[in-house]
Design a protein around this ligand. Structure first.
Ligand code: M6R
Length: 616
C-alpha cells in the first residue's frame, strides 16, 4: 500500500530525514518511490520504479537540490502499471503544483477529460496527475493554495490522503484526508506529515490526527486545521507512546521474528497495568467507558474483524461466552453488509483491528453505528480511525507492528479479550472476586511460562518440522474449541509468508471431507493440548496416521501419548485451557517463519500483501 512522508522545516536540509521516514514505510509493500523538493528555483522531482534503494541510486546520480521542504511517496500501483512515470510525486503540466496521494480518485477519467478540454496535458496513467492539474487549474483563479486544494477536493469522488506543495510557496504544505489515514507531526524544527506515525517517530511523537474531509495548512512554525467548510478547528495534539526504537528491527533479521519474540512483553504491556488484584477485576482506561450497569444490560455480543484479527475475535467470543455466559457471534467484517438487517437491540459489537484502518472493518463498524448499535473497538494504533470512531475503546499497547504477517498484535488482542471476558464476568456476577483473581493470576504466570517457547531445544524441533514442511505443497491445521481459531491462524501465517497452501479446520470437520486429502505427502498440523478436547484430538491424530499422513503436533511438554503418535512435536508449557491459545500460537508463528526462511521468501514483505488493507 502507498506511503506518504512530507516535511516543511526551518531551513535545514530535509531530504535525508524524509527518505529515512519513507524507509520506515517499506514494510507496507510498494512498487516505486519518489521525492520532490521545493526551492526558490521551483519544484524538482525524482521518481523510480522498484525499491527505495533504486530511488537512492537515482538521487546519487542525479541529486535533488538541498531543500527545507520535501514530499515523498512509496506507490502501490492502482491506476497505471508500476513505472517511473507513474510513480509519485505528480506535477501539473506547468510544473506549478506537486502532489503525493494515497487512495483512489474514482471520477478521475471525467475530470481528466474536462481538464484536457481546458488544454491540460497528461503524461502518466494515474489518477493523481489529474488531481495535480485540477489543483493547478483552481490556483489560476486563487493564489491561495489551500483554497485551490479545497476547490479541487469538492470535485473529487474517492479517497485520499494528500500532501500538496506549490512552486511559488516553498514554505507551505497543504494536507487533506478522506478515508485514507494522514497524520501531522509537530516538531521543534518544523511540521511533518505522513500516512503512518512510525514514519515520523524519528522527528516527533506529537501528532495532530486529521479526520475525514479535514485539511491543514503547515508551515515550519505553524499548523492550522480546517473542516470541510473551511472553518478553523481546534484540536489537542496526541502524544504517541511508541518509541522510534520500537519501529526498528533491533538486531533481528526480520521484523516478524522480532515481533514474535516481543510477545511476553506485549503480555505485560497489554495486561499488567490493568489488573485490579484486590477486586479480582480489570481496570480499563476511561476510554473504555462501559460501567457495570451497561455491561449487565447487553444481551448479546457481535465480534467483527478481518484476517488475523478475525481469529482473535473468534477467541474473544469463546472467552466471553465462558467467563460471562454471554452469547455472541463472530462475523467476517466484509460480510456484515450482506447479513440480515436485524434490530440491534441490546447488543454490543466488538470490532478488532491491529491498524484501526482496515476498510472492511471500518465500513462494518460505521454500518453498526448507523443502525443505532454501539461499538467497542480493540485496536493497537492510538489515533487510528477505529480508535477515534468507536464508541468505546481498549488499546492493546503492542507497540508498532511492522511485519505484514501479524503476530504480536494477535497476542495483544487475545490478551485484551481475555481481560474483557473477566470484566464482563465480574460485572455480570458470573465470576466472584476469587475466581477473577485466579484468572488474573493465570495470565500473570503466563509471561514466565512463555520463555519455554523460545528455548533452544524448542526452536530446534520447530526448525526440523519447518525443513520437512518446506517440501510440501499443501497441509491442514486442526484444532478444537479454543484451539480452532489458532488452527485457522496457523494456516493463515503459513500461507501468507511461505505461499504453501494451508487450511485451518475444526478437527471435528476432518472426517466430513478434508480427510480425503490425507496421504503420505499431505501433512496435518494438530493442536492437542490438555483440556476438554484432548482425547478427541488424539483420535484425530491416529486417524491421520492410519492414512499414512505425517503429523506435526503442538502438545504440552512431556506428553508421551502425543509424542508416540506424531512425527514432530512442538512442545508448549502446560497452561489453563482458556489461555492455551496464547502459548500454542507461538510455535505456529515460528514454524511459518522458519518455513518461509527455508524457502528464501521475503518474510516481512510477502508478495501481493499490504500491512493495512485500506480498500474494500
Ligand atoms: O489491521 P487489521 O488487524 O484490521 O488487519 C486485518 C488483516 O488485514 C490482517 O490481520 C492480515 O490478515 C494480516 N496479513 C495477517 O497476518
Amino acid at each position: 500500500m502507498c506511503g506518504i512522508v512530507a516535511a516543511v522545516t526551518t531551513g535545514t536540509d530535509v531530504r535525508a530525514v524524509v527518505l529515512q521516514g519513507l524507509k520506515t514505510l517499506e514494510y507496507r509493500g510498494y512498487d516505486s518511490a519518489g521525492m520532490a523538493v521545493c526551492t526558490e528555483q521551483g519544484l524538482d522531482v525524482r521518481r523510480k520504479m522498484g525499491k527505495i534503494a533504486n530511488l537512492e541510486e537515482e538521487l546519487d546520480k542525479n541529486q535533488l537540490p538541498e531543500s527545507a521542504t520535501a514530499i515523498a511517496h512509496t506507490r502501490w500501483a492502482t491506476h497505471g502499471a508500476p513505472a517511473d512515470r507513474n510513480a509519485h510525486p505528480h506535477v501539473d503540466d506547468q510544473q506549478q503544483v506537486v502532489v503525493v496521494h494515497n487512495g483512489i480518485i474514482e471520477n478521475y477519467l471525467d475530470l481528466r477529460a474536462e481538464l484536457a478540454e481546458l488544454g491540460h496535458e497528461f503524461h502518466t496513467d494515474t489518477d493523481t496527475e489529474v488531481l495535480a492539474n485540477l489543483i493547478a487549474h483552481y490556483r489560476k483563479s486563487s493564489a491561495d493554495l489551500h483554497q485551490a486544494v479545497r476547490s479541487a477536493l469538492h470535485k473529487v469522488e474517492g479517497a485520499y490522503g494528500l500532501v500538496v506543495m506549490a512552486a511559488d510557496d516553498p514554505n507551505t504544505l497543504i494536507v487533506a484526508r478522506l478515508d485514507s489515514p494522514l497524520v501531522v507531526g509537530i516538531g521543534e524544527h518544523g511540521r511533518y506529515a505522513a500516512s503512518d506515525m512510525p514514519a515520523l517517530l524519528h522527528l516527533t511523537r506529537d501528532f495532530l490526527v486529521l479526520d475525514n474531509r479535514e485539511t491543514a495548512v503547515l508551515t515550519p512554525h505553524s499548523h492550522a486545521l480546517y473542516d470541510v467548510h473551511g472553518q478553523v478547528l481546534e484540536r489537542d495534539l496526541m502524544h504517541c507512546d511508541w518509541t522510534p526504537e520500537q519501529a526498528e528491527r533491533g538486531g533481528y533479521p526480520h521484523f516478524m521474528l522480532k515481533e514474535i519474540h516481543e510477545q511476553p512483553d506485549v503480555l505485560a504491556r497489554t495486561a499488567f497495568d490493568r489488573f485490579h488484584d484486590l477486586a479480582g477485576d480489570v481496570d480499563f482506561e476511561p476510554e473504555f467507558g462501559l460501567d457495570d450497569r451497561t455491561l449487565q444490560s447487553f444481551e448479546r455480543l457481535r465480534f467483527m474483524a478481518m484476517g488475523t484479527s478475525f481469529h482473535a475475535a473468534q477467541l474473544g467470543q469463546k472467552m466471553i461466552g465462558e467467563l460471562a455466559s454471554l452469547p455472541g457471534e463472530t462475523l467476517n467484517a466484509s460480510e456484515f453488509l450482506y447479513s440480515p438487517r436485524l434490530p440491534e437491540g441490546q447488543a454490543l459489537t466488538v470490532v478488532v483491528s491491529q491498524s484501526g484502518e482496515t476498510a472492511d472493518t471500518l465500513r462494518a463498524m460505521r454500518e453498526v453505528q448507523k443502525r443505532g448499535g454501539r461499538v467497542l473497538g480493540i485496536c493497537n494504533v492510538q489515533g487510528s480511525t477505529l480508535a477515534r470512531e468507536a464508541d468505546h475503546l481498549i488499546l492493546t499497547h503492542c507497540g508498532p507492528e511492522v511485519g505484514v504477517a501479524s503476530t504480536k498484535a494477535f497476542f495483544g488482542q487475545v490478551t485484551a479479550l481475555y481481560l474483557l471476558a473477566i470484566r464482563f464476568g465480574r460485572a455480570r456476577g458470573v465470576l466472584n472476586a476469587e475466581q477473577g483473581r485466579q484468572f488474573l493470576q493465570d495470565l500473570r504466570a503466563l509471561r514466565h511460562k512463555l520463555e519455554y517457547c523460545f528455548r533452544e531445544e524448542t526452536l530446534a524441533t520447530i526448525q526440523q518440522a519447518a525443513q520437512y514442511l518446506s517440501g510440501v505443497r499443501s497441509c491442514l491445521f486442526l484444532g478444537r474449541s479454543f484451539q480452532h481459531p489458532v488452527a485457522l491462524e496457523g494456516a493463515l501465517k503459513l500461507k501468507e509468508i511461505s505461499y504453501i497452501h494451508a487450511e485451518g479446520y475444526p478437527a471435528g470437520e476432518m472426517k466430513h471431507g478434508p480427510i480425503a486429502l490425507i496421504d503420505a505427502d499431505f501433512p496435518v498440523i494438530a493442536i492437542a493440548t490438555p483440556g476438554t478436547t484432548y482425547e478427541k484430538m488424539l483420535s484425530n491424530i491416529q486417524e491421520v496416521r492410519a492414512r499414512d499422513g505425517k503429523v506435526v503436533a503442538v502438545a504440552a511438554m512431556g506428553d508421551d501419548k502425543v509424542a508416540a503418535a506424531a512425527d514432530y512435536v512442538l512442545s508448549v508449557p502446560a497452561v489453563p485451557e482458556l489461555l492455551a491459545p496464547l502459548v500454542t500460537v507461538v510455535p505456529l508463528q515460528l514454524l511459518s517463519y522458519e518455513v518461509a526462511l527455508a524457502l528464501g521468501k521475503d518474510i516481512d514483505q510477502p508478495r501481493n500483501l499490504a500491512k493495512s488493507v485500506t480498500v474494500e
